[in-house]
Design a protein around this ligand. Structure first.
Ligand code: PFF
Ligand code: NA
Length: 454
């Protein structure tokens, strides 16, 4: 079967960056940084980036490029009996799309609400009550929530219209529009955030290091977790994207560009978000840490509150913020859907287009579960397991297999070197990705399991 390739060199980098930059950068990174020691978190974060994030990116690019296949096909080419290991990330990617689309759908609705600030004064009551329709029983049931379901349909239609055009006409072209657009949106939002009255207080909070946190194991695990999720490694996304590269492509260089662009964007988002939080704290006369709520709440409850008290143009800035979330989310979503579609196409000999149609139908139906009145509850549970076991365990299996089972570390590094301008350091890769990362990931999965069983 003829395999598509990226039309341009920048097309691949933009698609990889588009996958990396997502919901995780805009609301997760600022919050995780704040929770884990503010300025002091940056040290574990950078260490995780250079010991796990970048090495894994180089390996995933090299695996996809050398063996020219989605994760299961690439693994079958490495060794027949390991193909099953490649289906594991495909399954996890599929499950993530089911609820990632729902969070994007919320952002679509909120971009619309922002124009008139339709959420009113009680932004919390609006989000959980009027919008999600969450029943307050212990094990809630209840049918579809129409406000969420309609936005969800739009998200899946947009994803379908992009992907049905294929890799270069669809994914590549979409990212060529999405990434510059996202950068402009984020620059506007950040500039507004850091120039709001009181912004300095928020930034102080973000960057005042709490050095004692450096001795807390949880902080280091949070740093590795953030790096894996944020760089989209461990799910076969980058393996599949690299399989569309032409023979000549600088893998090592592209891995560094992707990682640095992703971290730079996270920093930009954190500045804007914490500037806005400082403003809110000043306006309400409360300490900054009372405003800085995490996760879903930060984007859909705290942000609408902040926009309500904007000096001017709160509606417009709100619209831009939620559009930025949608754009960041869509470019990550298509990378996940692509893993599933390409793996199915590679395995069953159907065309990419047929696989795209099939995956959209099944995933759309599955995602409806999270658009029910109890959807948020299911979302929390599934997300917890995916983040704590799914991604970390696949990452662990990946490094152990590459270094210690298949022992293809040398050939992969040689392969990366053969197409790159500079040589990757073998001791760096071996010590960081071959030894340190598996130990840390084992500890991480172990701790999560112990906490869940307790
Ligand atoms: N990297 C994306 C984010 O930070 O939001 C999320 C993501 C996309 C994770 C694709 C994993 C993945 F394979
Ligand atoms: Na993205």
């Amino acid at each position: 079967m003829q395999r598509e390739t990226w039309a341009t060199r920048t097309g691949f980098v933009l698609a990889a960056v588009g996958s990396a930059i997502g919901l995780g950068n805009i609301w997760r990174f600022p919050y995780v940084t704040y929770e884990n020691g503010g300025g002091a978190f940056l040290l574990p974060y950078l260490i995780a980036l250079f010991t796990a994030g970048i090495p894994l990116l180089i390996f995933e690019f090299a695996i996809g490029h050398k063996y020219r296949g989605s994760a299961p096909l690439a693994l079958r080419r490495i060794s027949e009996k390991w193909e099953w290991l490649g289906w594991w990330p495909v399954l996890v990617s599929f499950v993530i799309t089911l609820y990632y689309t729902v969070v994007i759908a919320w952002a679509v609705s909120y971009a619309w609400f922002a124009l008139t600030q339709a959420w009113g004064a009680d932004t919390k009551g609006f989000f959980f009550g009027s919008y999600l329709g969450l029943p307050d029983t212990f094990w809630p049931t209840g049918g579809l929530q129409p406000s969420v379901a309609i936005a969800l349909i739009l998200v899946w239609i947009a994803s379908f219209l992009i992907m049905v055009r294929g890799v270069s006409e669809g994914i590549e072209r979409a990212n060529k529009i999405f990434m510059p657009l996202l950068l402009v949106l984020m620059l506007i939002i950040t500039l507004r955030g850091i120039t709001l009255p009181g912004a300095v207080e928020g930034l102080n909070h973000l960057f005042t290091p709490d050095w004692s946190k450096l001795f807390d194991g949880k902080v280091w695990l949070a740093a590795y977790g953030q790096i894996f999720f944020s760089l989209s490694v461990g799910l076969g996304v980058m393996i599949t994207y690299a399989s569309y590269l032409p023979k000549k492509a600088d893998l090592t260089n592209n891995a560094f560009i992707t990682a640095l662009a992703n971290s730079g964007f996270s920093l930009l988002a954190a500045l804007g978000v914490f500037g806005a939080i400082g403003f809110m704290a000043q306006a309400q006369g409360v300490p900054v840490n009372e405003v800085a709520a995490g996760g879903v709440g930060l984007a859909f409850i705290v942000f609408p509150q902040i926009l309500n008290s904007f000096p001017a143009l709160g509606g417009l800035f709100g619209f831009l913020f939620f559009v930025a979330l949608v754009v960041a989310g869509m470019s990550s979503l298509i990378s996940l859907v692509n893993v599933v579609a390409q793996s199915v196409a590679d395995k069953f000999g159907i065309s990419y287009k047929q696989a795209v149609i099939g995956v959209h139908v099944v995933a759309f139906l599955g995602s409806l579960l999270f658009a029910t009145k109890a959807g948020l509850i299911y979302l929390d549970i599934v997300d917890h397991f995916i983040n704590n076991y799914g991604i970390a365990l696949i990452g662990l299996a990946e490094v152990v297999a590459v270094f210690w089972i298949w022992k293809i570390f040398g050939p992969l590094a040689d392969h990366a070197d053969s197409v790159s301008d500079f040589r990757v350091s073998r001791p760096w890769l071996l010590l960081s990705a071959g030894i340190l990362t598996p130990i840390l990931l084992t500890v991480m999965a172990w701790k999560a399991l112990a906490a869940d069983l307790a």
